[in-house]
Ligand binder design. Structure first.
Ligand code: PMP
Length: 301
């Protein structure tokens, strides 16, 4: 393939050329916001929802994105086309920009926008068939009144630390609790449990990102006639659930079959989890912002 093109503050540059100043406050302080988005066969899934979340995150931290939503939509689609992709993982980053060494963003002249589109490296089929293992970790989720998980900021240390803790405990993913012991989410995914045919996920105010996949699954489950509730629950409820699954842009819907060494259900991905995954995959290629509006596909070359 020809070189990978990155959109960096107004122009396309090659991956090798795409660099940011060490004085950018995104680098110095994690001062910025981002989104992880996915395109399925030329459809950017839930692009409006992702852009709304990006602009809300930016508003919350008083960061002005130097493009309108419509312009950014077009930049994202163009980045996918420029890289001759149909299915892609897309990363949109807006950093505070170049400033001085002080914390105060007043010194930052202009926010920087980066858009990366890459070929998807999917979770393996085996992982969906086997399910993942979780461990609840000692580090708690950021309190919403301290650093709101709703703001998808470049400060992801809380998430990185719990992922490391989980990996060191020998499992795939962390189960994060809030400071009161209620389940919040994984390091980069939302959590659901199924008990007696009903589906539960924690309300986001407990300390979770309002995942776009989470919301899509709530809608799908509802349409399928499942009872689905946003309700606080504890580790105990997870241990005794019939099914546990995680949702996220990368993970889609993936079963968790072991939590803190307790086997969930019969240790295999559950029926409702599998049902939701297959229904989710039906909508991902249909609903969405078209990358190639006239239906033309990628040119070979
Ligand atoms: N929680 C966190 C902390 C995340 O980073 C992500 C990934 N964006 C999610 C949940 C899942 O959100 P989404 O479904 O929008 O990808």
């Amino acid at each position: 393939m020809s070189s990978q093109w990155i959109f960096l503050s107004g122009e396309f540059v090659t991956k090798q050329e795409a660099s940011i100043s060490v004085y950018d406050h995104g680098f110095l302080y994690g001062d910025g916001v981002f989104e992880g988005i996915r395109a399925y066969e030329g459809n950017i899934f839930k692009l409006d929802e992702h852009l709304n979340r990006l602009y809300d995150s930016a508003k919350s931290v008083m960061l002005e994105i130097p493009y309108s939503k419509e312009e950014l939509e077009e930049i994202i689609a163009e980045t996918i086309r420029k890289n001759e992709l149909e299915s892609a993982y897309i990363r949109v980053v807006v950093s505070r920009g170049i400033g001085d060494l002080g914390l105060n963003p007043v010194s930052c002249s202009k926010p920087r926008l980066v858009v990366i589109a890459e070929a998807l490296s999917l979770f393996s089929k085996e992982l969906y068939e086997r399910g993942v293992r979780l461990a609840s970790v000692a580090s708690r989720r950021n309190r919403p009144d301290v650093l709101p998980p709703q703001v998808k900021s470049l400060n992801y240390l809380n998430n990185i630390l719990v992922k490391m803790e989980a990996n060191q405990a020998g499992v795939d993913e962390a189960l994060m609790l809030n400071d009161q012991g209620y389940v919040t989410e994984g390091s980069a995914d939302n959590v659901f449990i199924v008990k007696n045919g009903k589906i539960y996920t924690p309300p986001v105010y407990l300390g979770a990102l309002e995942g776009i996949t989470r919301n899509a699954i709530i809608d799908i489950a509802d349409e399928l006639g499942y009872q689905i509730m946003e309700q606080p629950f504890t580790r105990h409820d997870v241990y005794v659930a019939d099914e546990v699954f995680l949702t996220g842009t990368a993970a889609e819907v993936i079963a968790a079959v072991e939590v803190d060494r307790r086997i969930i259900g019969d240790g295999k991905p559950g029926t409702i989890t599998n049902h939701l995954l297959s229904e989710f995959r039906k909508v991902t290629t249909k609903d969405g912002h078209k990358v190639y509006p006239s239906g033309e596909k990628v040119q070979a070359g």
